[in-house]
Design a protein around this ligand. Structure first.
Ligand SMILES: C[S@@+](CC[C@H](N)C(=O)[O-])C[C@H]1O[C@@H](n2cnc3c(N)ncnc32)[C@H](O)[C@@H]1O
Length: 331
């Protein structure tokens, strides 16, 4: 049976899009309302946006070609014609869309009115594709696209023990990283995700009913293999620069490393030096910031959503807006 992915914080995302649309209706209605989904997945958020904005133009992007194909099929099954010119299907890392967007926007007045990044992987990666994301997968790859050269098995079987421990600590915030790396190196070759999960469960047995003891190590490997943090930051900055005045960029993160990164990036863009943690490095503040927060602080899923969809529990939504015309920089 095909796995499904429930879009996380859908109502909150739709509300932000509706704020962007209000601004568009006042200032931009001579052009087309333009939406970009840079982490399309199965198309859950975009389908609802397409239903809500029937005249809008969409850039629909995922770095995983299997996901783009799935989203197209889901659009078709929902009564949309995926070949309609208003849908641009793109298989790319979203950080690399800058040139494409610039050439599209060159010919017409315009930029993005609403952009979304819903970071991480889809339920389909966990439940349907045997690529090593799940604890019982036979493969050990974890690549989200074929342009990525080295998969997880390379890191696990080739990295020196200390480098592997550092990677697990840095991207998984796993305190038992040294113990895990030691066991992994002793057990080489590691050939499947299932074998890796078993090795970790033996190295650091956890209490029953708690998250799987391999959870943080799997997260670390996935992030390292796909350069996820670098990608997220580059995509966020690139998209922010392509927002129309009043346009909104919304980002959903799923773990604290990602969330801290986006919080800091947004603070910098908004000139809000006030990062409150004493652990945060100072932020460079632009003299006349072009952006402002579209949400005062991050939002978490409602308790009802967390109950209905436990995978949403760690989600956090942050959003910024390019200041509407006349409020930033332009005299
Ligand atoms: C959480 S899922 C998105 C789910 C989608 N919003 C939905 O409701 O169906 C994240 C998706 O982003 C893709 N992805 C992750 N990083 C990406 C990047 N840097 N560029 C493009 N796609 C990316 C993954 O392949 C995955 O399909």
């Amino acid at each position: 049976m095909e796995a499904t992915h429930e879009p996380v914080m859908l109502q909150e995302v739709l509300e932000l899009a509706s704020n962007a649309f209000k601004n568009y209706s006042i200032h931009g209605s001579h052009r087309v309302f333009t939406v970009l989904d840079g982490t399309l997945g199965a198309g859950g958020h975009s389908l609802e946006l397409a239903r809500a904005y029937l005249q809008a133009s969409f850039f629909l992007c995922d770095r995983d070609e299997q996901m783009v194909a799935r989203a197209r099929a889901n659009f078709k099954a929902s009564g949309f014609n995926p070949d309609d010119a208003r849908f641009r299907w793109i298989c790319s890392r979203s950080s690399q869309l800058g040139q494409r967007l610039d050439s599209e926007f060159d010919n017409q007045e315009g930029g993005l009115d609403f952009a979304l990044l819903d970071l991480g992987i889809s339920m389909l990666h966990l439940k349907e594709f045997d690529r090593g994301f799940s604890y019982d997968d036979e493969s050990l790859d974890m690549r989200l696209d074929t342009a990525t050269e080295k998969g997880a098995s390379h890191l696990l079987n080739e990295l020196p023990e200390k480098e592997l421990a550092d990677l697990i600590y840095r991207y998984g915030e796993e305190r038992a990283s040294r113990k895990i790396a030691h066991r992994v190196v002793q057990s080489r070759p590691i050939e499947s995700a299932r074998q890796l999960a078993e090795i970790i469960a033996k190295a650091i047995p956890g209490p029953r009913n708690r998250p799987h003891p391999a959870r943080k190590t799997f997260q670390a490997l996935r992030i390292a293999v796909n350069g996820e943090l670098e990608e997220a930051e580059a995509a966020a900055r690139m998209l922010a620069q392509r927002l129309n005045p009043g346009g909104i960029l919304a980002i959903i993160t799923f773990h604290s490393l990602e969330d801290r990164l986006i919080k800091r990036c947004f603070a910098e863009l908004c000139g809000a030096g006030g990062l409150h943690s004493r652990y945060d490095a100072p932020v460079e503040i632009p003299p006349d910031p072009e952006f402002e927060k579209a949400l005062r602080k991050s939002l978490a899923p409602t308790p009802e959503e967390q109950e209905r969809n436990p995978a949403s529990r760690s989600a956090r939504l942050r959003a910024i807006r390019r200041k509407p015309s006349g409020e930033a920089g332009d005299e």
